[in-house]
Design a protein around this ligand. Structure first.
Ligand SMILES: *[C@@H]1O[C@H](CO)[C@@H](O)[C@H](O)[C@H]1NC(C)=O
Ligand SMILES: *[C@@H]1O[C@H](CO)[C@@H](O)[C@H](O)[C@H]1NC(C)=O
Ligand SMILES: *[C@@H]1O[C@H](CO)[C@@H](O)[C@H](O)[C@H]1NC(C)=O
Ligand SMILES: *[C@@H]1O[C@H](CO)[C@@H](O)[C@H](O)[C@H]1NC(C)=O
Ligand SMILES: *[C@@H]1O[C@H](CO)[C@@H](O)[C@H](O)[C@H]1NC(C)=O
Length: 451
């Protein structure tokens, strides 16, 4: 698998190639090392050398570090009363420790990034209005200048050209709720820099859609299946419902399963709709209800329904003879403060949280835990079938740290033009584009490369 095109060879082959071409590389490293030591000597020649030479005890000078081609060269120096001893000049690289290929991409922090987003409201026409914060007049832009940095490695930027080359003739499907719609826009914007896709299908409500990249013959489908299981929904686009949801926890939504055999790559997720008031059915029998007014029906938690539905979806994925590469994307947290969606909650922050700043977030973590538990069981089953094509796209932590990345009031065009007294609905669930969830695609790209 992997993005196996041209030089994108598997890690083992890369290592071999690196070893084979080691002569020139080693010479380069040696040169770098000499330059580094030279630099250190020069520095010690100045006022700092005087300071250092004043100390009686031996002091280790800071290690010099130069990155070149993924290799790190270290020059250690020891300074002792004006005499400098060069103790070591050595390097580490992919051959000795290949952190890139074993790094946990889900765990890290956001670091400042002067580069900014790789597309804008002006360059991408696939950003839908509720996510188009720039056009809608969001005044701050600092939230665009951050980069996800996993501990122990870097995630390179998504490369549209490489992706399209590697995916010739393939069909990608993004299956789930409106967060998947949010995600597909980011993917289309990143790819449209190389080739503009054409929309080749949409359903009546534009919830399910399909695009084709003609010159690469790549299809991208967005498939509306907010519960993954079958649901009868009685609700308009603003979330006003006229009746309770009817959820069949043991029947999958055929909107995605009937197209399964045509997919080569799948991004799938669910969860956001489960906390709603709903009646649950299993084997055609009404088994319970969540938040119902009818007290004759047993109360069941939505976490129970979420787990059941997820399990059903994973059972289908792991037992189907057709085996696309499947990324299960984890829970996407909202960041309402001082209220919820329906009670005036807002999200006014303009910078990411530092690790730990997000608070304990017990209800988010509960959803995340259920996903990881069900995923682990499914992945074990998948491996025992020698498939190994089920992957966890664990974007929870990086998303949790971005309270500043939501549309907030800028889900509508210039919301405050009517005066500050008018009530403005905030969206602290969906994400601005460009914005933090562009990193989800960077991670997908890196996961494809790691294979
Ligand atoms: C400096 O170091 C040298 C050898 O390391 C030693 O012989 C000498 O006495 C030292 N001078 C002072 C002033 O500490
Ligand atoms: C490689 O890195 C891992 C984790 O970063 C570490 O546990 C391991 O000891 C390292 N191996 C070598 C050969 O340095
Ligand atoms: C993009 O957003 C800026 C404000 O950030 C606005 O001035 C510009 O008109 C927008 N461009 C488009 C094409 O909407
Ligand atoms: C395009 O890709 C599809 C598979 O997604 C394949 O069936 C079809 O033959 C391809 N068309 C061309 C012109 O290569
Ligand atoms: C399938 O999607 C359509 C709209 O795209 C929707 O109306 C329908 O309810 C969905 N089917 C199920 C079983 O959810």
């Amino acid at each position: 698998m992997g993005l196996g095109m041209g030089d994108q060879t598997p890690a083992s082959q890369r290592k071999a190639a690196a070893a084979a071409g080691g002569g020139g590389l080693a010479a380069l490293k040696l040169l770098l090392c000499v330059l580094l030591v030279g630099l250190a000597l020069r520095l010690l020649d100045g006022p700092s050398a005087y300071l250092l030479s004043d100390t009686a005890t031996a002091t280790a000078a800071p290690e010099g570090e130069v990155a070149s081609d993924g290799a790190r060269v270290h020059a250690s120096t020891v300074v002792s009363n004006g005499t400098m001893l060069i103790t070591a000049c050595f390097w580490e690289d992919e051959m000795t420790n290949d952190s890139r290929w074993s790094c946990d991409l889900s765990h890290g922090e956001w670091v400042p990034d002067s580069l900014g987003p790789s597309y804008t409201n002006g360059s991408c026409r696939f950003i839908e209005m509720p996510q188009n914060c720039m056009t809608n007049g969001r005044p701050d832009s600092g939230y665009l200048y951050w980069r996800w940095k996993p501990y122990g490695c870097d995630v390179p930027r998504f490369e549209g050209e490489k992706f399209l080359e590697a995916m010739r003739g393939k069909h990608w499907a993004l299956i789930g709720d409106s967060i998947l719609r949010n995600h597909v826009q980011s993917l289309l914007c990143l790819l449209a820099k190389v080739e503009e896709p054409t929309q080749v299908y949409h359903d009546r409500t534009f919830k399910s859609r399909r695009w084709h990249f003609a010159s690469h013959n790549i299809t991208v489908s967005l498939i509306w299946a907010p519960f993954l299981v079958e649901a009868e929904i009685f609700e308009d686009d603003d979330g006003r419902s006229t009746s309770e949801l009817q959820l069949h926890l043991d029947i999958l939504d055929s909107n995605w399963t009937r197209q399964w055999n045509s997919f080569d790559y799948v991004v799938i997720s669910t969860g956001q709709w489960f906390p709603k008031t709903a009646v649950y059915w299993e084997d055609g029998v009404l088994t319970g209800c969540h938040y119902c007014k009818n007290k004759n029906i047993a109360e069941l938690t939505f976490e129970y329904a979420f787990r059941k539905s997820l399990r059903k979806a994973f059972q289908f994925i792991t037992s189907s003879p057709h085996k696309p590469v499947v990324f299960y994307r984890t829970w996407s947290p909202s960041h309402f403060e001082n209220g919820e969606w329906s009670s005036g909650g807002t999200c006014k922050r303009t910078v990411p949280f530092k690790p730990g700043e997000a608070g304990d977030r017990e209800s988010d973590k509960k959803m995340w835990r259920i996903e990881r538990e069900e995923f682990a069981k499914a992945a074990a089953h998948d491996r025992s079938n020698n498939a190994g094509r089920l992957k966890l796209l664990d974007t929870f932590e990086l998303s949790l740290l971005r309270p500043d990345g939501h549309s907030g009031p800028y889900r509508t065009y210039h919301p405050f033009d009517k005066g500050t007294t008018s009530k403005v609905q905030n969206d602290c669930l969906h994400w601005c584009l460009p914005g933090p969830i562009d990193a989800w695609n960077d991670i997908i790209m890196e996961m494809l490369e790691m294979n």
